[in-house]
Ligand binder design. Sequence first.
Ligand SMILES: Cc1cc2nc3c(=O)[nH]c(=O)nc-3n(C[C@H](O)[C@H](O)[C@H](O)COP(=O)(O)OP(=O)(O)OC[C@H]3O[C@@H](n4cnc5c(N)ncnc54)[C@H](O)[C@@H]3O)c2cc1C
Length: 521
Amino acid sequence: MDRTKLRWNGWGFAAHKDELAAREEVWAWLAGELRMPALLATPARPLEDVELPPGALSAGDRMALAAIVGVDRVRDDKFERAFHTRGRSTLDLLTLRAGDLSAAPDAVVTPRATEEVLAVLALAAEREMAVIPFGGGTGDGVAAPRGPFSAAIALDISQMDRLLALDPVSQIATAQAGIAGPALEKALAAKGFMLGHYPEAFEFSTLGGWIAGDGTGQAANRYGSAKDWLASAQLATPRGLFAAEGPLKDLLIGSQGRFGVITEATLRVRRLPVVTGQRAYLFRDFASGIAAVRDAAQAEIPTVLLRLSDAEETRFWHGYSQAGKAKGLAARLMRRYLDWRGFGEKASGLVARFEGEATSVSRARRDFAAIVKKHGALSFRVDEPWKKSAFFAPYLRDSLLDRGVGYDAIETAASWSKLESVYGAVQGALESAIAASVPREGAKGVVMGRVGPSTANCANLVFTYVFPRALKNDVEQAAAIKKAAMDAIAASGPATDRAGADVRRAVKMALDPKGVLNPAA
Ligand SMILES: Cc1cc2nc3c(=O)[nH]c(=O)nc-3n(C[C@H](O)[C@H](O)[C@H](O)COP(=O)(O)OP(=O)(O)OC[C@H]3O[C@@H](n4cnc5c(N)ncnc54)[C@H](O)[C@@H]3O)c2cc1C
């Protein structure tokens, strides 16, 4: 992927035209939702107007790096340093849009082979340069450290992007860790296989980032997360190359590049599904939807995706899609019918997806239909392919940021018995923090929740929230809102795992004694 075609301070391709940007009727509707008189243009600062901190890489270190990877693979031009300064969380984007590049690496090094990664790490340890492993740059933990290092380099492995092997009999594949989601699925599909890890950031995130970031894909109900599909990995460290199997493999999950650079990963893959199908449902309220999703998970019905929106998310996205459109007779009749049946303002929408062999899909659909019926849901056809809407929100976020609106998300997991209390606590914390930070009296935010991938024991809860930005201090505002949600999550979760932290420290000392790997993560 040609990085120069991507936004250094936003999501995805610079040439992407987000449909929202031009829909004035949506802006008027959104201003009403946020109780703002209007939403005005708040463009980001262009790269030409922004200053980078002076690069700290010495000529000698640059030459030594160039001797390993080649001169044209050690870059310190403005775009490369700016692109690699931060991830793409909302806080990161607000910081970048304001022109704050203080966390820029001094240079970006782009290896093509594991041997080059090993040599760069050995050099970094010898010359005390910090190294920040960088895949797609969509996640947390890619900012350069301040501190006692001679320089900080982003080690961008996105050109290590090949599928190396596939054993179709054992259903095991090995790929280089810099491969991005679409390229990996395309290469596997050409041989009749798939992995099925679809985070919202799928298009721009990489296999190594999925492991080191420990995230969840939207279709994890069936295809699992890294802890399920990762069979083993190859880890390059300043001490040499390790085959990460067993406990070390598990320690890589969520390691954020602190133990080493994952250069290859061996994955449990599946055959491409023969049949796919999707259906939408409406429940009278969120609680009955939760009960249905839990029943389906505990009955082990093989759904690929169950995405249950709370009433606010259901209402908001319906309002968004209908903004500015005249309400026809059919829509008015449908509204009356739903009200009459008790699907009023508390109604919660669910999307279900099924994939697999024809018989198992039809059995899963039938069993799932019986469960939702028991919980009083109405069923609807879905025409739009799931993948069309699965990855659109990050582009939408840029359009919102361009009009003074913040859009952020936070995710947690809770056991079924605690799910509703955690949901209430986080939702309440977000609402209070937004109310305390809005830029004018009477303005408000919209806080939405949903249940994502689930197992028999627990489910993911995702909160997204839209709020009018306090433009003079929007980084602090966004950080305070997120902190309020994280505090609510921490208060309802298990205590910090002290023993686990000690083990991770010991592993770090063994693999990276000089502490050069991602010190700021
Ligand atoms: C809009 C948006 C939506 C998102 N949606 C989801 C979602 O649905 N599910 C989800 O799980 N996450 C999501 N994320 C978070 C992020 O996309 C994931 O964590 C993703 O896995 C990061 O992959 P990446 O290749 O971009 O990693 P990067 O951002 O490049 O790196 C993330 C961390 O991993 C380290 N790292 C990267 N590659 C390697 C490697 N090869 N070896 C060692 N360390 C490495 C980095 O040093 C850094 O600490 C989202 C992020 C955004 C901005």
